[in-house]
Design a protein around this ligand. Structure first.
Ligand code: AMP
Ligand code: ZN
Length: 114
């Protein structure tokens, strides 16, 4: 598996997945174990584990990724709003160590649910 990383393998097409959005820096897929009615993952194509490992290029990408999420929200069925979550490390329950943004919505989100 590419980089021994499930998201690198998805990005490389080694693991098939439906891409709801793709450009040169990111993909948006559905989470395989949804924690809300709609649960997508925005995944940068460049592999890094944690926010504190970001390069200058990653920094620029992440800003663009956030803008893209906002621009695509309506098409993703998230016109009523959505929540973004980035888990960092064990206490947050991070399981895939390739930075990604959870996009949750399609329902009223209780803060306690997280
Ligand atoms: P985190 O706990 O923040 O590291 O989130 C990792 C997320 O990736 C979890 O919500 C998993 O359900 C999800 N996930 C793991 N493998 C896959 C996969 N092959 N396709 C889609 N989502 C996945
Ligand atoms: Zn990776």
């Amino acid at each position: 598996m590419k980089n021994n990383c499930v998201f690198c393998a998805i990005e490389a097409g080694e693991i098939p997945s439906e891409r709801y959005y793709e450009d040169e820096r990111m993909i948006i897929i559905k989470d395989i174990e949804p924690k809300a009615k709609l649960h997508y993952l925005a995944i940068p194509k460049r592999h890094y584990k944690l926010l504190d490992e970001m390069t200058e290029a990653d920094r620029e990408d992440l800003g663009k990724i956030l803008q893209t999420i906002a621009a695509e929200a309506e098409k993703l069925g998230l016109g009523g709003g959505y929540r973004l979550v980035i888990n960092q490390g064990d206490d947050a329950g991070q399981t895939v160590f390739h930075l990604h943004i959870h996009i949750l919505g399609g329902q009223k989100m209780e803060f306690e649910q997280l």
